[in-house]
Design a protein around this ligand. Structure first.
Ligand code: AMP
Ligand code: ZN
Length: 492
């Protein structure tokens, strides 16, 4: 079933047909947590996006070999351990455990391997040695650096401007901005009070980037299909991974690079100082279900910025509950219906829309719209008692099938009396229509645009339309008034 799967490849910046190296098998590497702190919901956006990708590939019948690294030695973990006066292992342990707990809570399928950087130092040393031998790296004061000038393809992924770099400029930090393109550290000379490993290349510890190059090769081979991360990984992390791996191995590192956009909070970057920094537990403590969070994280296209607000989380909960209550109503279908309506065409249309949406660079808006259209169309039949027990079972089976991808496990909202919550009665057409109701902020913007149009201030009306598009909402002016829908993937 299904057509060609297409993904937006950051390498080249286009949507391309997905063709795995080995038919039927996908090798997937996703950059994992740097375990210097508890994971936040921004991290979970990246991991939920990767889980949607993986689950859809599994749904389409691929076998997926998935590796996610655990960065347990880098600048940040070392700084944290020093500040606390404990060893790296002791320092990172609770964060690694929290990662595993939250991952299971969010119904994310575990990877096949979670290699820890500290357990793969020999592989990293071997890679650095190869780069020295091949002339792509040089030693300086006990450290080893990658010479970006000796690797002409440097900068292709992030399309950085190489003109601005200062010849011979070097940096030791794991993280830096595009503006300071420079030779980067593969192996860092030991410093007092820092953990280090004895090696032929001198005592020291790996740079962050070399960790992923060494561990992906160890578990997936030197070339694999898909490499994922958040957009913040593109430069320098993924750029440097490509340089290290491709210079050392002489083959392409990954065929497809998929990056998710950031999650922000209330329109601002999430940060501890602003007090808008959320771990999963902070949100669950407010009474939300893990599947509300999962639904919210996956329901905005991965290449669009996701603005986290509690209002948006409430909307996600409503949409999920609506699916759950529909399933509850199906359970109530008792016997053979008098006039049996065929639900198969509705299910077929929903499945086709769901699959076609996800095939189109994981267009989740289209996939979910197909599901809610099914609910909307099947409801009047349920109300009329025109769905047979068999039809109800087929509808329920369809929801089970798509939940292998969505993994939100929709359940009816039952009240204390054991009845389905009447305020979420799916039989009300009006409520179904608001399955993806607009947030207040968006409603206000739509109204402001209407007002601007009425006042013939078209420049302002267009500016508001663009703002809405940035928020993932498309407006259509029809003869019956203005309509809105959730935007699919961004163009390009
Ligand atoms: P880190 O632990 O910082 O190395 O990040 C782990 C993963 O989470 C990487 O793929 C990052 O790109 C991703 N990530 C970090 N912050 C955010 C955010 N605010 N929104 C989306 N992804 C993020
Ligand atoms: Zn990585």
């Amino acid at each position: 079933m299904g057509g060609m799967i297409r993904f937006h490849n950051t390498m080249g910046g286009k949507v391309e047909d997905f063709v795995p190296i080995e038919p039927g098998h996908v090798k997937l590497y996703t950059c994992g947590p740097t375990v210097y702190d508890y994971p936040h919901i921004g991290n979970w956006r990246a991991y939920v996006f990767e889980d949607l990708l993986k689950r859809f590939l599994l749904f389409r019948g691929f076998k997926v070999a998935h590796v996610m690294n655990i960065t347990d030695v880098d600048d940040k973990t070392i700084r944290g351990a020093q500040a606390k006066g404990v060893g790296l292992d002791e320092y990172t342990k609770p964060f690694i455990e929290a990662f595993g707990r939250d991952r299971d809570t969010l119904a994310i399928l575990p990877a096949d391997h979670y290699p820890r950087a500290t357990a793969h130092i020999p592989e990293m040393v071997a890679l650095v040695r190869t780069l020295l031998e091949k002339g792509f790296a040089y030693k300086k004061e006990g450290s080893v650096y990658f010479a970006i000038d000796r690797y002409p393809a440097y900068g292709r992924l992030s399309k950085i401007n190489l003109e601005d770099r200062r010849p011979g400029a070097r940096g030791d930090a794991d993280e830096y901005e595009k503006e300071s393109v420079h030779d980067f550290a593969l192996w860092k000379a030991t410093k007092p009070g820092e953990p280090f490993w004895e090696a032929e290349i001198g005592p020291g510890r790996p740079g962050w980037h070399v960790e992923c190059s060494a561990m992906s090769a160890r578990y997936l081979g030197t070339t694999f299909d898909i490499h994922c991360g958040g957009v913040d990984n593109i430069f320098p992390h993924h750029e440097n991974e490509i340089a290290q791996s491709e210079a050392a191995n002489g083959v392409k590192l990954a065929h497809y690079w998929l990056h998710c956009h950031h999650l922000i909070v209330d329109g601002e970057k999430m940060s501890k100082s602003k007090g808008n920094f959320y771990a999963l537990a902070d949100i669950l403590a407010k009474g939300y279900e893990p599947s509300d969070v999962r639904y919210l994280l996956l329901s905005t296209h991965y290449r669009r910025m996701l603005n986290f607000t509690f209002e948006a989380l409430d909307q996600a909960r409503t949409a999920r509950q609506r699916m759950g209550n529909f399933l509850g109503e199906l359970k109530d279908v008792a016997g053979p219906a008098e006039q049996t309506a065929s639900v198969e065409p509705l299910i077929e249309a929903a499945r086709a829309g769901f699959v076609a949406g996800l095939e189109d660079d994981l267009n989740i808006a289209e996939a979910l719209a197909a599901v809610f259209t099914l609910i909307k169309n099947a409801n009047p039949l349920l109300v009329r008692g025109a769905v047979s027990k068999d039809g109800a079972a087929k509808l329920a089976a369809f929801f089970k099938e798509i939940d292998t991808v969505l993994a939100i496990d929709p359940k009816p909202e039952v009240t204390a009396s054991g009845r389905i919550d009447p305020t979420l009665n799916v039989r009300s057409a009006e409520l179904i229509h608001t399955a993806d109701a607009l947030t207040l902020e968006i409603q206000e913007k739509v109204a402001a645009r209407q007002k601007a149009r009425a006042e013939r201030d078209f420049a302002r009306a267009d500016a508001i339309r663009r703002e809405l598009l940035d928020m993932g909402i498309v407006l259509e002016d029809t003869k019956d008034g203005v309509r809105w829908k959730k935007a699919g993937p961004p163009k390009g």
